[in-house]
Design a protein. Structure first.
Lengths: 438, 259
């Protein structure tokens, strides 16, 4: 099998200038003032991509994905190492780069296609396809300055995709246009794959990485953290992300502890519900559905203090990612100063968009115990975590039977459920199919 | 080097389109349209004719004709350099998003300006005919001189466009420098005005001088240019041309990070 792309020992540094001399005058006058620190964007990267494969690059923001893509497309050059590419490359970094607003759509197709390396006769051959693909038949002879953003993007995508390269490099530009156009893009990419072209795709959409790609590379801080079959790599990546998020929740909670310790004296005076909103921590941008209303919050009179919450699988390993239907155990570690008889522990599971999927407590479940230890752990075993694919948050609480909160923590823990089956809804009901004649 | 040139050849369609864009975009939307191409040198011609034949009293037969002969190639030279300095920086959106041989951008500027020069020539020729000037067989030498000038302007434009990415004030320095350079060329005055003892230095140190002299020989004096000096210019232009490619190529690797 021949290799389409071979990257050997590639490193790349960016210089971040603090005080940059951009002119000859400044350089002559202040030659000593040129301060910068170096940012190692990629460290000793080795990649071999087989011709005809579709490779997904995943990783958090700033992990070096886009830099790698720019290196592959020869827009920037590596400091160390070599990159060998066999075949014609087309890069979709930004759609419509190089369009001239005064020119008509048709003129811009010729201009843009030639920038991407096509000859005039090749464009003549394809211009019909391009216009049809962009769905711009009626506007193709209008200047592109009058185009809507969507039309502009569609034209850009149509030109780039019709260059018909051997290797296509895509940086998150698939989210163009409406659903119909997107599915067309998808079809086009599928046809690319079936014709044995090589595709390298940077994506934040992990399900896309799984469904489109047959090889996945996970970049973290400029290094390859894992590579291989998409399912495994995406799984490891999501696990890592959930862990980060759960840790962020812990940090946020520890901040709360700091605040509450400071106000220990005041706490005695204030008997009613106290609300302390915990500052949003470093929740990473990869979860753009994370909204303000989803901020972790905590309130309660502090008679019971929940220290930590953890999730485990049935073999006792701490977990952040579960497969749909797996066994999950939630451990709530608490302590209290004096024994409280009127004590209820509860949990709530929320989907990332705020929908409550399930909620219960010891009172509803009629779980009764004579006395509770001053320091202990509440264990909830969920035999089958039948939630569908997605991201979830956990609320935990200790309160009285009448609902007076001792300690109430929202968005306290987060976990991800993964599923290969793309069924719809909230939860997977146990079911069987049977079809027979009668 | 050869590979580079081959790759640029592969992108000649882009070059062609950019030249087209450069020519069209400059004049699109103006009422006089393409006439603006000639407007600038014509205006200069009027001003300099007034100053030098009326105020300064240069004693030359049809001074305006002489002036125009030198003014056109100078405009080509100077505009290529001024527009060319900025061409990489002003196309940062392309540089950071798409791969193509970067040389195409400065080349497109030079070619567009050379086309502007060629398009202004009919006016010059028209004037020659109108004045019943002696139009000689010397016109045949014109393409040779043009090619030599083209090589030189390409080389120089590549250098300034590359350096301007790192030192953005080059643009301003160059404008001042070009004004001085203009008066060091025998455009507004004939080269015979230069004192004999300096003419050697004057001729060799300023590469534009032999070109202007050659152009005026062809159009104004209706004689073939001095072949020796043309050969010297050819060699010099080739050196500038290749130096330009070399300098540009060594600068271009970090363009995408610097613009």
């Amino acid at each position: 099998m021949n290799m389409a792309i071979q990257v050997q020992g590639v490193s790349k540094k960016y210089r971040l200038y603090i005080d940059r001399a951009r002119t000859l005058k400044e350089t002559m006058l202040f030659w000593h003032r040129c301060k910068y620190h170096e940012l190692q964007v990629l460290k000793d990267i080795n990649i071999s991509i087989k011709a005809g494969s579709t490779v997904g690059l995943i990783g958090r923001n700033g992990s070096g994905k886009s830099t790698l893509l720019k290196l592959l497309s020869k827009i920037i050059y590596p400091d160390l190492g070599t990159i060998m590419i066999s075949g014609k490359v087309s890069t979709l970094l930004e759609l419509g780069a190089g369009f001239h607003p005064d020119f008509t759509g048709r003129e811009n197709i010729y201009l843009n296609a030639s920038i991407l390396g096509l000859s005039r006769s090749e464009v003549d051959e394809r211009i019909g396809d391009v216009i049809a693909f962009a769905e711009l038949e009626d506007f193709i002879d209008n200047p592109v300055r009058n185009y809507s953003t969507g039309m502009y993007m569609r034209l850009g995508f149509a030109v780039a995709i019709n260059v018909d390269p051997d290797i296509l490099l895509i940086d998150e530009v698939l989210a163009v246009g409406d659903a119909a156009f997107q599915s067309k893009c998808q079809e086009k990419i599928d046809s690319f794959r079936t014709r044995g072209k090589t595709i390298v795709l940077v994506t934040h959409d992990t399900s896309q990485a799984e469904s489109l790609c047959d090889y996945t590379i996970w970049l973290d801080n400029g290094e390859i953290k894992a590579e291989g079959a998409p399912h495994d790599v995406v799984g490891a990546y999501l696990d890592h992300l959930s862990k980060l998020e759960a840790n962020a929740a812990i940090i946020a909670r520890e901040k709360y502890v700091d605040i509450s310790e400071q106000s220990e004296d005041e706490k005695c005076n204030i008997q009613d519900v106290k609300r302390i909103s915990v500052q949003e921590e470093t929740f990473n941008n990869d979860f753009n559905n994370y909204q303000n209303k989803m901020k972790p919050e905590r309130w309660g009179n502090g008679n019971v203090h929940i220290n930590t919450t953890r999730m485990f699988d049935d073999t006792g390993n701490e977990r952040y990612v579960f497969q749909c239907g797996e066994t999950a155990k939630v451990f709530i570690y608490y302590e209290m100063k004096q024994e409280i008889k009127d004590l209820v522990f509860g949990i709530g599971i929320f989907r990332s968009d705020g929908l409550q999927c399930y909620g219960t407590n010891t009172y509803l479940d009629k779980y009764n115990q004579e006395s509770y230890p001053l320091k202990g752990v509440v264990k909830i075993t969920i035999d089958k975590l039948n939630l569908l694919h997605g991201k979830y948050f956990l609320d935990v609480a200790a309160h009285s039977k009448t609902g007076l909160p001792y300690d109430y923590l929202t968005r306290h823990w987060s976990f991800t459920v993964r599923s290969r089956i793309k069924d719809a809804g909230v939860t997977r009901l146990d079911h069987q199919w049977e079809i027979r004649g009668n | 080097m050869w590979q580079r040139i081959q790759e640029i050849m592969a992108y000649r369609e882009m070059l062609r389109n950019l030249v087209h864009k450069e020519l069209r975009a400059r004049y699109k939307g103006s009422a006089l349209g393409f006439l603006w191409t000639f407007f600038h040198p014509l205006l200069l011609l009027v001003v300099y004719s007034f100053v030098f034949s009326f105020v300064m009293r240069v004693e030359m037969e049809n001074y305006s004709l002489y002036l125009f002969t030198g003014l056109l190639p100078w405009t080509f030279h100077a505009t290529s350099l001024t527009v060319g300095t900025n061409i990489i920086v002003s196309n940062s959106n392309l540089i950071t998003k798409i791969y193509f041989p970067r040389e195409v951008l400065p080349l497109s500027v030079v070619l567009a300006n050379s086309i502007n020069y060629l398009l202004a020539l009919p006016i010059l020729l028209g004037a020659l005919v109108y004045l019943k000037w002696d139009i000689g067989i010397s016109l045949l030498a014109f393409p040779i001189v043009l090619v030599i000038q083209l090589l030189m302007v390409i080389g120089l434009t590549l250098i300034v466009s590359g350096i301007n990415v790192y030192f953005r004030d080059l643009e301003h320095l160059l404008n001042v420098f070009l004004t001085g350079w203009f008066f060091l060329c025998p455009i507004v005055y004939p080269i015979t005005l230069i004192p004999k003892e300096y003419s050697g230095i004057y001729y060799t140190l300023n590469p534009v001088t032999p070109l202007i002299v050659a152009y005026t020989d062809i159009f104004y004096y209706s004689k073939f240019p001095d072949w020796n000096s043309l050969f010297y210019m050819f060699v010099l232009s080739l050196i500038i041309f290749f130096t330009g490619f070399y300098v540009f190529n060594s600068l271009q690797k970090s363009f995408a990070e610097e613009v």
